[in-house]
Design a protein around this ligand. Structure first.
Ligand code: ARG
Length: 551
């Protein structure tokens, strides 16, 4: 159950004020605190402390409240009844939404013929977690991998292949685009050729199409590999720039009929600047002067296609923040042309940086490839495990490395940069993925050792550590809802950490399987472990991590 919502609504209803409910970090004085008396004081013509005192009996009337007291200038602290907490915590999680939405999600967005790089990490991880959160709440999502598979890079790669032959694997393929680009910079004829090939490919030249289809297979296999290693849900549609090409004409007609397209130096553009703009707002380029389909045309046509096929209520894009301007332009045009009735959102990410605050680079100064980063973190886990003298198999090491990367990525507000430090994120202590997994493994191991323990009938009193942990589990549904509403996946990661902290404190202070613990207490505590484990496992699942058998 969403404890916060339940308590908040019950209190507001009973007192007749819409007040704020706070959850204090330190629960010594109360589990919640409300500012109802401060809110009501003015209209009641009373001072808040006096009003607070008058309200106390009304609060004590509520059957889930064991005590209420006035604090400070008129806050009311509320303590919940143990038996209420107990019963609430035993209920299964998630109320599914009553109003499921159709949501198209656009993340990943990998490029054909190019290695996935550090910039693709967050879009993959955050997009995937958001998808899981939305599904968990009962929304209908469709995930799109809007791949870069139709622009100039394709012409440059084909030009290279015509001269030097087909690549045999992803490594060979991924070297071609940079090599061909370098050559095009020095050799105008080469560039002209690449442009021509691009335009001809886009208008259906069968020879180029055959080459394209062949190297496409290599790239798609490479994307699958990354998906697998990052434990991402499969995309519902791998449909990018080429996939939407058949809809560019329809989209163009709509823009034309709205009088939005303007010719400029042989290109077709849309002016999106408004009088309110203070920052530069260049026009959107719908068709390049070479006649080639642009990045913007693809995104507008994608909106047209998705609207026609999926009828989404919402479309959300997850990319790095360097594309903020692009999506701003896209959204403006989509609105001006009424391409969709869906709400459009773009979440722009900050970058992974080195300790110097500059974008994360490999040791030799190159752009870090995504698979290299995964390997780097796996090595860091391996090194740590071997110094600690533990023996862990490869699957476990992989799960820990995955948790290290993903948890750290999810932990930060998506809009900010963060320092990527393989040593720090693989620590078994602190706000790290391994710490989260370690706690889950520990809870699992208690339950395993306990075997079939009876479910307790009555619970008696709860100790502070017991009730704090249970109350935290009762904050899960609210957290997931808010993570969804705010598109803030960091809330899940931070919640998981807080839950683990409380679970470990409970574990230290509340013996469970020791001989001197009586049966009733043991049964009660095992039940608490079960509830905490289930909640943590669900959070871990939303982050797309795997819990190892041992650590
Ligand atoms: N392929 C692009 C890149 O690697 C990202 C695509 C993002 N999605 C979109 N609909 N434009 O930068």
């Amino acid at each position: 159950m969403n404890l916060y919502k339940y308590v908040s609504e019950s209190i507001n209803k009973n007192l007749g004020f819409v007040a704020n409910l706070e959850t204090p970090r330190n629960r010594t004085f109360g589990d919640f605190s409300t500012n109802a008396a401060m809110v009501g004081a003015k209209s009641a013509g009373k001072n808040p402390r006096d009003l607070a005192n008058e309200l106390l009996p009304k609060l004590r009337d509520l059957d889930f409240i064991s005590d209420a007291s006035v604090a400070g200038p008129g806050f009311i602290n509320i303590k919940l009844r143990d038996d209420f907490i107990w019963r609430a915590a035993a209920q299964p999680h998630t109320e599914k939404t009553d109003t499921p939405k159709k949501i198209d999600l656009d993340y990943g967005g990998y490029n054909v013929g190019k290695a996935l790089h550090v910039g693709h990490l967050r879009t993959s991880i955050v997009g995937d977690t958001f998808n899981r959160i939305a599904k968990h709440l009962g929304h209908h999502t469709k995930s799109y991998n809007h791949i870069g598979d139709w622009g100039r890079p394709m012409g440059l790669i084909i030009a290279w292949i015509l001269e030097y032959g087909m690549p045999q694997n992803a490594d060979e393929l991924n070297k071609m685009y940079p090599a061909s680009t370098a050559r095009a910079k020095e050799d105008d004829a080469w560039m002209a050729r690449a442009k021509e090939i691009t335009a001809e490919l886009q208008s259906g030249n069968p020879k180029y199409k055959k080459i394209y289809d062949d190297f496409m297979k290599i790239s798609l296999a490479q994307m699958d590999n990354v998906l697998h290693r990052l434990n991402l849900l499969p995309f519902d549609a791998t449909m990018g720039e080429r996939g939407v090409a058949p809809y560019v004409n329809d989209t163009q007609k709509i823009l034309e009929s709205c009088g939005l397209l303007v010719e400029s130096d042989g290109a077709l553009i849309v002016n999106v600047k408004t009088d309110d703009d203070t920052a530069p707002m260049p026009p959107l380029i719908f068709r390049a002067s070479s006649g080639a389909q642009t990045y913007a045309a693809a995104d507008l046509s994608a909106i047209y296609y998705r609207t026609k096929t999926d009828h989404p209520d919402t479309i959300i894009y997850f990319t790095d923040s360097r594309q903020n301007l692009h999506f701003n332009q896209i959204f403006r045009v989509a609105k001006m042309a009424a391409l969709t009735t869906a709400e459009l959102f773009h979440t722009g990410f900050g970058a992974l940086t080195g300790p110097d605050g500059k974008p994360f680079k490999t040791r030799d100064g190159g752009v870090a490839e995504l698979l290299d980063i995964l390997d780097m973190v796996r090595d860091a886990v391996r090194a740590r495990v071997s110094t600690s003298g533990k023996q862990l198999d490869d699957t476990t090491i992989d799960s820990i490395a995955l948790a290290a990367i993903k948890f750290n990525d999810l932990l930060h507000d998506v809009r900010t940069d963060y320092i990527f430090d393989p040593t720090q994120i693989t620590s078994f202590e602190g706000r790290t993925g391994p710490y989260i997994l370690y706690t889950a493994v520990r809870l699992n191991s208690v339950l395993k050792r306990a075997g079939h323990a009876p479910t307790p009938s009555a619970i008696g009193e709860l100790t502070d550590d017991e009730r704090n942990l249970l109350i935290e589990t009762l904050d899960f549904d609210r957290t997931v809802q808010s993570a969804f509403d705010n598109r803030a996946t960091d809330m899940i990661a931070n919640y998981a950490y807080d839950l683990c902290q409380l679970a470990n404190t409970f574990y230290h202070n509340c013996p469970i399987l020791r001989d001197d613990v009586d049966d009733a207490t043991r049964a009660k505590r095992l039940q608490i472990v079960r509830i905490a484990r289930d909640t943590l496992a669900t959070a871990i699942d939303l982050m797309g991590l795997r819990i190892p058998n041992e650590m």
